[in-house]
Write a new protein. Structure first.
Length: 239
């Protein structure tokens, strides 16, 4: 088995992140640091360590939906001492998030120890849509909506197109649905900054077929039986 697949299947991180860990010399096999991508191991005999800790294949996969609050980051640790989402999750499993939300964004995060599922959800050919509810100050015009739908140009770079639908204006604030399928870094915030709109609240409410629903901020829950069925469909589509 390829080393990166072994690490991913064991729940260390996504396969792409595992490649980074290998290149950085964070992985040892039978006591020797391995930095060559594509290394093949015998998953039944070889002793693999990540960050000095033994790694073994999972006997049980975990799939959770977390409502990330504002004020948390999606990394396992932070040099600035900020709170991480892993403080909100069970400690008995080695889990990682599929994708991220920035510090000031709340909403749905999928968390698992299934590297193949994470790979499938992140695969560019899947073109998974993510929906956000955005609350901004003031009104938004039809011309500004058209700009975002066509792809905002920011500092010479055209951001991907977005599906933008106004929901409600209450006299002070406008609430909108924004759907994207590429997820450039801070894409939603950059889109609204480019048209000089101040975001009051940014919340992700869906990732593909997985919905936030009524999940309370800071809480998580296991996938339903129906959602577990979707996991297998998605893995079969890509992996």
């Amino acid at each position: 088995m390829r080393l990166n697949k072994f690490l991913s299947s064991a729940g260390v991180a996504s396969r792409r992140k595992c490649d980074e860990l290998i290149s950085q010399g964070k992985i040892t096999v039978n006591g020797k640091v391995v930095t060559e991508l594509g290394t093949i191991i015998d998953e039944k005999k070889d002793k693999v360590l990540a960050f000095g800790e033994p790694v073994s294949l999972q006997n049980e996969f975990i799939y959770l939906k977390l409502h990330k609050p504002k004020g948390y980051i999606c990394s396992a640790a932070d040099e600035k001492g900020r709170k991480t989402i892993y403080e909100l999750l069970p400690k008995e499993h080695r889990l990682f998030s599929i994708g991220r939300l920035d510090y000031n964004t709340e909403g749905l995060i999928l968390v698992t120890n299934d590297g193949d599922f994470a790979k499938a959800m992140s695969h560019p050919s899947f073109e998974i849509e993510k929906e956000y509810i955005v609350t901004i100050e003031g009104r938004i015009s039809e011309s500004e909506l058209a700009v975002m739908r066509a792809g905002v140009v920011e500092k010479g770079e055209r951001l991907p197109k977005a599906k933008v639908t106004p929901i409600k204006f209450d006299g002070k604030l406008t609430r909108l649905s924004v759907i994207i399928d590429e997820g450039k870094n801070r894409q939603i915030r950059r889109m609204f900054e480019a048209i000089n709109k101040n975001i009051v609240l940014l919340k992700r409410v869906s990732v593909g077929p997985f919905l936030l629903g009524g999940l309370v901020r800071g809480k998580y829950k296991e996938f339903t039986k129906e959602e577990l069925g979707l996991v297998e469909e998605i893995k079969n589509y890509i992996v």
